[in-house]
Every structure is written in structure tokens, then in C-alpha cells.
Design a protein around this ligand. Structure first.
Ligand code: SAM
Ligand code: SF4
Length: 332
């Protein structure tokens, strides 16, 4: 059994985020530019077999959880084929998909049949005009159809990812939580991070977890922290005291979880990253396509984990340097 992926800060890495494309069918302003998006040429995007091989090597090094993401993973044709391979891969305990939900309704059954159960669906608002303002596309109805289809088929747990931008989504915080309570879906509010393509991020535009918590308590009712949280899980989770529903916060700005980070990331064009905010990345595609043996790829993964920094420096003022790629090109 090869040595587990432990970095210089004693963090065990057992979680892989696999980005399957940098393309997307909507244009969230905090992720993508509105126009003239530069996508990686198709020939440079990893094929499913290449992703599968990389995943198998990572699993042999102790990765147990894989999240498929993008760009929008469902724009990748026949994604269910890759999902099935990952679900059936010996050693994999958990496969999840992060999607904007626009193409979920027509693909939900194939994904379910492939063995997928865990879904994170990205939805910031239930208001059609604001959805269009944020995503520059009028697709709210299709996302809602996707959620309906997923629930009908029995996916679970389903979580909703809502990006919290100050001055924009305050009105959506409570309605989303109500929607989650009615549907049995956890809403995860994600603090706006400096990963947008147009450098719009500013600390003053982050709607902080603590403010959202106050809004929920005032708008719905008291909440309590979920007892015995998993110390390695990034979300801070709270339950409504009336027993109806749960919310989570990914407070990457106000409460970074770097000290417990267990993730590595493979971009769609085959670059390995030890952090969402990493400046450097390691080329894996060249190895995959250049005939490198598994052991060489395994050593590259180990070396990348060993080189991992202690954490991002969003809160270190001038020292923070945003990564050279925006969110859609890394894989959120
Ligand atoms: N297209 C899929 C989606 O939107 O869920 C998967 C990829 S997307 C990059 C992954 C997640 O990143 C989204 O669910 C969204 O919540 C989050 N996200 C994107 N840009 C962000 C930003 N600047 N700050 C915080 N979260 C962001
Ligand atoms: Fe597309 Fe997801 Fe980025 Fe929105 S957050 S533009 S849905 S990749």
C-alpha cells in the first residue's frame, strides 16, 4: 500500500476535485467574463480515459472522495459514462457532482443509473430577473426543473450552492432557506471569493456568513450549530431550532478552512493544483499523453502535495495574489 498523501503540515489528502470542462452554458459574473470567454481548445481537454487513469492513480494513493465539477460538467457529452467509472472504481467511497442544474433534468436519470447520488446544485436566487442579472442568462426555470427531476428520482443528499455577494442577494437569503426547508435541501451560502474573471472582487462585496446567519435568525427563526461537526468538512452547519432544515456556510473569506484542507484539484486541461488559489500548478497532461508510467504520475501527485502551502492569503492584504485562472478554468 503506497504512503498516503500527507503534506508538510500533516494534512491528509483524500479528496479530488475533477474538472471535466472549462465551458459553461451560463455566465455568472463572479466566475466568467460576460463576452469573449477564452476556452481551452478541445484537444487540450483531458479525455474521459485520461481522467479515469489519473483518478485511479490518485485513489491508489488514498483518495476516497471525488467531486466532478467544471465549468459546467453537464455540457460535457455523456458525462454519465465517466461518473459510472468513478462510482465503480475500487477504493472510491463517494462521488459527487457540482452543477448549475441547467442541463440536469434531461441527464438526471442517466446520472442516477450510473450510481451518482450526491448533487450540489448552484442557485443564488429564486427570482427570475436577479438570476438573469447574475448569470446573464434566462435559465432559472431549467434549474428548477433540474432540482425537481433530481428529487423525483431520489438523489440525495442534494445541496444548493448559493454565492453570497453583498448588495445583490440579501433579498434571496431567506427565500432560499425557506425553499430548502420545504424541499429537504441544505442551502450552502458561499462567501464571494476573489476568483472572478474580471477582477470585480472586493472585500466590501462579500456577504459574510455571520451576517447571513443573523438574517436567517431574524427572518425565519433561531439556529443552532450542528453538534459534533466533522473537523475536516469545509462548511459550518446550522440547524433551525424548530427541526425543519439545515443550512451551511462556506466562509472561505471570514473563516478560512485551510488548516483542515484535504483537497487536490485536476483542471480540465490536466493541471494539478494543491489549492483553489494556488499560483503554481503541475502539468499532468504531458505525463498522461507522453507515456509516463503510473509510478511517475503518482510521484508527481506526491510532490504536488508536499509543495502545498499552509493556506491562501485572502486576509493578508497586499500579500494576496489572485490565481492566474478564474473559477471556471480551475474547477470550483
Ligand atoms: N458550473 C457548476 C456550478 O456552477 O456549480 C460547477 C462549477 S462552479 C465554478 C462551482 C461552484 O463555484 C459554484 O457552485 C459556485 O457556487 C461557486 N463559485 C463560482 N464563482 C465563485 C466565486 N467567485 N466565489 C465563490 N464561489 C464561487
Ligand atoms: Fe458556469 Fe458554474 Fe461559473 Fe456559473 S459558477 S459561470 S455556472 S462554471
Amino acid at each position: 500500500m503506497p504512503a498516503p498523501l500527507i503534506d508538510n503540515y500533516q494534512r491528509l489528502h483524500d479528496n479530488l476535485r475533477l474538472s471535466v470542462t472549462d465551458r459553461c452554458n451560463i455566465r455568472c459574473f463572479y466566475c466568467m467574463p460576460e463576452k469573449d470567454v477564452e476556452f481551452v481548445p478541445r484537444a487540450e481537454i483531458l479525455r474521459f480515459e485520461e481522467m479515469e487513469r489519473f483518478a485511479r492513480i490518485a485513489v491508489d494513493l488514498g483518495v476516497k472522495k471525488i467531486r466532478v465539477t467544471g465549468g459546467e460538467p453537464l455540457v460535457r457529452k455523456d458525462l454519465h459514462i465517466l461518473v459510472r467509472k468513478l462510482v465503480e472504481m475500487p477504493g472510491v467511497e463517494d462521488v459527487a457532482l457540482t452543477t448549475n442544474g441547467v442541463l440536469l433534468a434531461p441527464q438526471a436519470e442517466a446520472l442516477y443509473d450510473a450510481g451518482l447520488r450526491r448533487l450540489n446544485i448552484h442557485l443564488d436566487t429564486l427570482d427570475r430577473a436577479r438570476f438573469e442579472e447574475i448569470t446573464r442568462r434566462d435559465e432559472l426555470h431549467r434549474v428548477l426543473e433540474g432540482i425537481d427531476a433530481a428529487q423525483r428520482l431520489g438523489f440525495g443528499p442534494i445541496k444548493i450552492n448559493a454565492v453570497a455577494v453583498k448588495g445583490l442577494v440579501e433579498q434571496d437569503i431567506v427565500p432560499l432557506a425557506q425553499f430548502g426547508r420545504e424541499r429537504g435541501i441544505e442551502i450552502r451560502y458561499i462567501e464571494f471569493m476573489p476568483l472572478d474573471a474580471q477582477n470585480l472582487w472586493d472585500r466590501s462585496r462579500v456577504l459574510l456568513a455571520e451576517n447571513i446567519l443573523t438574517m436567517l435568525a431574524e427572518g425565519i427563526g433561531p439556529l443552532d450549530p450542528v453538534p459534533d461537526p466533522d473537523p475536516r468538512a469545509p462548511a459550518l452547519e446550522y440547524r433551525f431550532r424548530d427541526g425543519r432544515g439545515q443550512v451551511g456556510f462556506i466562509a472561505s473569506v471570514s473563516r478560512p478552512f485551510c488548516l483542515n484542507c484535504n483537497r487536490i484539484r485536476l483542471t480540465a486541461d490536466g493541471k494539478l493544483r494543491y489549492c483553489l488559489f494556488a499560483i503554481e500548478e503541475t502539468d499532468v497532461k504531458g505525463l498522461l499523453r507522453g507515456g509516463a508510467p503510473d509510478e511517475e504520475i503518482a510521484e508527481t501527485i506526491r510532490a504536488t502535495v508536499r509543495a502545498k502551502w499552509l493556506g491562501h492569503e485572502i486576509n493578508q492584504g497586499e500579500r494576496f495574489v489572485p490565481p492566474p485562472r478564474p473559477m471556471y478554468a480551475i474547477g470550483g
